[in-house]
Structures are given as C-alpha cells and as structure tokens.
Design a protein around this ligand. Structure first.
Ligand code: COA
Ligand code: AMP
Length: 635
C-alpha cells in the first residue's frame, strides 16, 4: 500500500484546526468545544476552549456504555510475584468509581492534586483514572526515585492525598516503599492530609495513624456504603496530570497535560500511527512513572478500547530473556512498545534469539522503540529476529506522543536506519543554528518546533509560567526548543543525535547530570565536580562523576567513591545508576570558568576531540586521561 503519510501531513498543514477538530469528534464531550484552538488563550494558545469532558469517562465508562464491558481492559502479569490478573472494562469501571468515591470521601475534588507513588500494579492505573474521574490532578512519581526527589514533588504539587503501596519488587529484592514515603513526607514542607496504602503480600507495612488508610479497607468501606463517584465534567483545558521530568537544574520541571487535547492526540495515534484496532492487545513495556507509561499503558489504549498490559518484570532475568516472547505469545499481543535498552538487554543474553523458538508469535505485527536513540545494530537485530516492522519514534515528556516517527497505520515511508522518521501532523520541525538561522538539509543544529504545538503538548509548567517560557520559548522566538540537537535530511527524515542541555539518557530514563552534581558537591570533602554521560552498550549512557577534593582534605578514593555513590542513590534514587566517581586534581574549564563537560565526555568515550580554543589549561585534559586510565576506565 502506498503510504498516505504525506497526504495526511499536508492536510494537517493546510488546515490545522480543521484537522484536529475532526479528530475531536472521536471523543465524548459533555459540552462541545467553542473552537478547535484559541491562539489568545494561555501562553501560546489552547486547544478545544469551551469544551467540557472527562478523561476517565472516555477511557472507561464509554466502552461499558457501548456494550463492551466484558472486554479485557487490563492484563496484569507479574513474574516477580507469580501473579496474573485480567480486569474487564466493567470491572475497571467498578474499581475507579469506588476508589474515586473513597477519595471524594477524604475531601479530594476537582483541581486537587493526588500523588501516586506505586510499583507496576493495576492499582497504579486505577488510581490515575480515579483522580481523572474526580477532575483531580494526578502526579505519578516513579518508584525508583529516592525520598528527597519525592519530597521536591510533594512541595511543588502540594497534594491533598498520596496513594502508595507497602513495597515494590525488583529482581534485587523487595523495596519497602512505605519508609521512603514516610521519609519524603517528613522532608517536605507540605503535608498531605491522607494517604492510601496498598498492602502487598510480599511485605506489609505499619500504617501511620491519623494519616494513612489501608487501600483495600477504604475500597471495602466505599462498596459497603454504596459510594459511587460519577465522572466530573472538567474543561478541556483543565489539567489532567503533572509529570515531573528532569530539567536543567536540580529542580524538576512539572510538565502539565490537559484533558481535551491529550485525548484527541492520543486517539489519533492508536490507529494512524500504531495501526491497532480497538479489541487488540497493546503492550507498552515501560513504567507508569514515565511518560510512555502515562500515554501508552494507561490512557491511549484505554481511550481507544484496547487491552493494555501492566508488566511487573524486566526483559531479562524474570525469569529469562524469553520473557517478552512469552508475554507476546500468551496474551496475543499485536504491538509492543519499549525502549531500545530492553532489546539490548535481551540480545546480550540471547544473541541468537534462540528463546523465541519456544513461542508462537505469528500474530505479532510491530515493535515500536522510543525513549532514546535506536542504534542501527539493535534495529537490525530486532528486525531480523522478529520479522516485523521495527519502528523508531522520537518524543518527549513535554509532548506526550510522537513528534516524529514512521506511521504504520498510514503506511510506512522509507526511513534510513538512525533516523526517527518524519514529522507527525501537528509538528512543523525545523533545524536552526544557535543564532536562530535555518540550516541546509543534512546539517546539524538545534531542533525546534514551530508554534503552536499540537494537542497534548504542555501548555505550561506547573505553577511556573516564567520557567516554561524561559526553558522552551524564549531562545528561538516563535518556536518550541526541544533541547535535542540533530538534523533533517533532504527527504525530510529527522535524526536526533544529542541533547543540548545537561540531560543524559540512562536505560531510556531521562536524568539531569546537574542534579547529580548538586548532590556530589554537597559532600563535605568535595570542592567541585562534573558528571557526564559515558556511552554504555546496555543502557545507552551511564553517569560518570569527576570530583576535586577540598584543599587539605585527604580521603581514600575508594572509600569516598562509595560515599558519593550512596549519596546519589539516597538523594536521587537507584534509577540514577550512579556507580563511578573519579578523583581528579582539576577540572578542565574555559577561561571564563565553564567546565568543559563535552570534552571530558569525549575522553571517556574514546572519541577524538580537538582541544577547545577557550580552554584555560590544556594539560588538565591529559590529567583526566591519566586518571581514567589508572582506574581502567579507558583502554
Ligand atoms: N522501584 C524501585 N527501584 C527501581 C524501580 C522501581 N520501580 N525501577 C528500577 N529500580 C531500580 C533497579 O532495581 C536498579 O537498582 P539497582 O541499582 O539496585 O540494581 C536501578 O533502579 C536501575 O534500574 P534500571 O535502570 O531499570 O536498571 P536494571 O539494571 O534494573 O534494568 C533494563 C535494565 C534495561 C532491563 C531496564 O531498564 C528496562 O527494562 N528498560 C526498558 C524499559 C523502560 O523502562 N523504558 C523507560 C522509558 S520507555
Ligand atoms: P523523556 O522526556 O523521558 O521521554 O525523554 C525525552 C528525550 O529522550 C528526548 O528529548 C531525546 O533526547 C530522547 N529520545 C526520546 N526518544 C528518542 C528517539 N527515538 N531517538 C533519539 N532520542 C530520543
């Protein structure tokens, strides 16, 4: 089939408002929007002004009302607890209207914030939907973050309630969540008035009297008393959730997602991009704590009426590198979406893909990869072994869906390996020099998107309009700055090469090296430090720290490294995967005092570099090389 991509992209470009207005007909509105877009509303315009709707109604109730209550909405598969569970749309409706009622009973209503700090269990998705049902604003915090990071989010979002669990289960062992939650609340200035704690069989926890309630008991009480919470009408432009993501400072950015535009954009992607049908099984192997989990474990598959999968396990080791194939075969999964790092992990353990032979995957149609650059090796391996289209697509927490990709539903276009595909409708992508001049095709530069951004993209940061404008809009007036560098070739294929800020990508997780540096320099013996992302065959990048001791401080490097590793783990979390801190006597800087992190990174990665003309003392680069060689960290 000839691809319809160009025709659809052009139809959007010719009439953006008409394009999205038509897509908006696919969701239930309690009150139809007055217009598709109001350019004067908000900071750079808002989608579907005047419209009223409810995201939970659209994701759940609508399907039950249409007679699809018996269809499986969620599959929960947890190799780490040996649990499997299927939840139909009717059962999901019962769960969310009960939990929403229990929350309403605790004083949670429209506009209130609810933090969700949970492992990969169905209750995490149920909690998101229950908040949405109430018109409350959820903020899911990934379980791998430490109490200090959770505390920052509690202070910023000021939640009335927190929903959490007694523990999470990682291959390394049981992670007690409750002490982490207690510590975070102790650290935070803002205190939630109530917490609901899901007790898990693997490890129960003590509840804090006067603040905590047992999740199951709260649900039982609501059921016993017949409390049921109907969906609350919210404005299309009201916030559905806040998702914190790493920014250029230690303070994470609270990306805001609205209700109307979010639903409209996600619905468009399910058939046009991912090519799925409403009764198929769609699996995003991510975590609900990340944007991929928000959009493609929870919202998009449910809005579209698919079956979505919640997998509490890893691609390898739970129990083996055949775990993904077992899932695809057992649940007749049509489409899988994950990060390239998962495939690198599988390939490392089972390079021949021998474990695939044990499973029937004839129904499997496509693999989508995002979260980090897909290296051509991994792309070719996955294509050869799976014999289905393997599609890279590029997006950000800020957008909630693909900015560029190869739309299977519209018919694939020719995309060279290493490219994330073509711009999606809604995104007019350009590449600019630092001075804001357009570059010729195939030339590296700053990737920007012409305003206005399409539906689902962030209208602002939570309580931080100025930071939003500074971080994204002010550098290139009229454009959204993605902070990704790359190029567009003569055929319109987009290549994402690197971040232009301090963000590194570790196992598909977005982390700020600046935040790690803040933690390391807080150590009493450290004068200054630099953290860079060292290339890693499995995780894409791994943070590596370089520190200079305070004058007069004498420390055993191994001992201090262990302290710094523990500090970053304690302050940011295990997810930072910070394991290496190298002692150096000086850091390379420009004459104006800027640390040359880019050059350090090139030394670490063994990439050739030219000594920056502005360097204060070139001999420091040799000192870094010697320190790395002495540790066996470079060849
Ligand atoms: N709660 C508590 N701790 C968690 C956690 C959670 N929800 N998730 C991860 N962690 C911990 C891990 O146990 C690990 O701790 P450790 O240092 O004690 O071993 C640490 O955080 C780092 O986790 P991770 O980066 O996931 O590394 P890993 O070695 O456990 O697994 C992969 C590596 C590649 C298998 C895994 O990252 C993966 O499956 N990634 C692909 C899917 C994905 O998550 N994509 C994200 C965006 S699409
Ligand atoms: P996150 O907000 O966590 O989704 O991370 C977004 C960042 O991850 C982007 O700005 C890119 O730097 C990187 N990224 C995501 N998807 C891709 C991709 N397909 N190719 C290259 N980089 C990607």
């Amino acid at each position: 089939m000839a691809s319809q991509y160009q025709a659809i992209y052009d139809s959007w470009k010719n009439d953006p408002q008409g394009f999205w207005g038509k897509q908006a007909e696919k969701i239930d509105w309690f009150k139809a929007p007055d217009a598709s877009f109001d350019a004067k509303m908000g900071i750079s315009g808002r989608w579907f002004p005047g419209g009223e709707t409810n995201t939970c109604h659209n994701a759940v109730d609508r399907h039950v009302a249409a007679g699809n209550g018996d269809r499986v909405a969620l599959i929960y598969d947890s190799p780490v607890t040996n649990t499997k569970r299927k939840i139909t749309y009717a059962e999901l409706q019962d769960e969310v209207e009960t939990l929403a009622a229990a929350l309403a009973h605790r004083g949670i209503g429209k506009g209130d914030r609810v933090i969700i700090y949970m492992p990969m269990v169905p209750e995490a998705v149920i909690a998101m939907l229950a908040a949405a049902r109430l018109g409350a604003v959820h903020s899911v915090v990934f379980g791998g973050f430490a109490p200090a990071e959770l505390a920052i989010r509690i202070n910023d979002a000021t939640p009335k309630a927190i929903i959490s669990a007694s523990c999470g289960i990682e291959p390394s062992g049981i992670i007690a969540y409750k002490p982490l939650l207690d510590k975070a609340i102790e650290l935070a200035d803002h205190k939630p008035s109530s917490c609901l704690i899901l007790q898990r069989d693997a490890m129960n926890c003590e509840l804090t009297p006067g603040r905590d309630d047992d999740y199951a008991a709260a649900m039982a009480e609501a059921r016993e008393k017949g409390w049921r919470q109907p969906p609350v009408a919210v404005a299309a432009t009201d916030p559905l959730y806040i998702l914190y993501t790493s920014g250029t400072t230690g303070q994470p950015k609270g990306v805001v997602r609205d209700n109307g535009g979010h639903m409209v954009a996600l619905m468009w992607t399910m058939d046009h991009f991912y090519d799925v049908k409403p009764d198929e099984v769609f699996w995003a192997a991510s975590d609900v704590g990340w944007v991929v989990g928000h959009s493609y474990i929870c919202y998009a598959p449910l809005l579209f009426g698919c079956t979505s999968v919640i997998y509490e396990g890893k691609p390898v080791g739970t129990p083996d590198a055949g775990a993904f194939w077992r899932m695809i075969s057992e649940y007749r999964i049509s489409v899988l979406f994950t990060a390239p790092t998962a495939f690198r992990a599988i390939r490392k353990v089972d390079p021949k893909g021998a474990l695939m032979a044990d499973y029937d995957m004839r129904h499997f149609r496509a693999l989508f990869l995002a979260g980090e650059r897909t290296d051509p090796d991994t792309l070719h391996w996955a294509r050869e072994k799976l014999q289905v289209p393997v599609i890279d697509h590029w997006w950000q927490t800020e957008t909630g869906w693909a900015i560029a990709g190869n739309p299977l539903g519209l018919g694939l276009v020719e995309v060279p390996p290493g490219s994330s595909g073509r711009p999606m409708p809604g995104y007019d992508i350009e590449v600019l020099t630092d001075e804001g001049e357009p570059v010729a095709p195939g030339t590296l530069g700053n990737i920007v998107v012409k305003l206005p951004l399409p539906p689902s993209c962030l209208p602002s940061l939570w309580n931080a309009d100025e930071r939003f404008q500074d971080a994204y809009l002010n550098t290139f007036p009229g454009y959204y700055m993605t902070s990704d560098a790359g190029m567009i070739d003569a055929d319109g294929n987009v290549f994402i090469m690197a971040r232009t800020d301090d963000i590194i990508n570790v196992a598909g997780h977005r982390l700020s090296t600046g935040a790690m540096e803040e933690v390391i320099t807080s150590h009493a013996d450290v004068a200054e430090c630099a953290v860079v992302g060292a290339a890693d065959q499995l995780k894409g990048q791994l943070p590596m720290g370089f520190y200079v001791l305070n004058d007069g401080a004498e420390r055993d490097p191994d001992e201090l490294e262990a302290e710094l590793v523990a500090l970053v783990r304690g302050q940011i979390g295990a997810v930072a995967a910070f394991k290496t801190a190298v002692a150096v006597t000086r850091l390379p800087k420009t004459r104006s005092g800027k640390v040359l992190r880019g050059t350090i990174q090139k030394i670490v990665d063994g990439v050739s570099y030219t000594t920056p003309a502005t360097i204060d003392d070139p001999a420091i680069l040799d000192e870094i090389t010697t320190a790395l060689a002495a540790r066996g960290l470079i060849g």
